[in-house]
Design a protein. Sequence first.
Length: 164
Amino acid sequence: MKIILAVDKNWGIGKDGDMLFHIKKDLAHFKSYTLENICIMGRKTYESMGGALPHRENIVLTRNKNYKAKDTKIFTDYRDVLAYVRESREEVFVIGGEKIVEIFLEYCDEAIITKIYEKKEADTFLHNFDLDKDWFISEESDIMEENGVSFRYVTYRRKNYGKD
């Protein structure tokens, strides 16, 4: 499994249920990875998007046992999600929010992070892979810019990546 998210300078990912930035290049980057694959998210992330992401299998993990949505698979236990995706041939991406990443972090081998070189007020944050000795940077893009916002794509891998 992989994590894919955009963060600001302080690893902030959201404020009041919305993303901190809407960068067209980054949204296209996200789509290029996740299209025709599986996206795992929490209920708040799902609702903030206004429904399922098209051309992807959407999985929502929620504590609400009565939650219903017609365009996604709903799970209330992360172990059931793990069992379900284990049988899949598609790539699996954890797309947020903060609590969902925390739950699935130990099962992920890679994190594809858009690092935005700006700070915004945030109320949700991602795990800081730069401070985690179990992860290393495997790839970094050049710094790009869109509408005055500088960013780059950074891929982190777990140090035991590819080992059983």
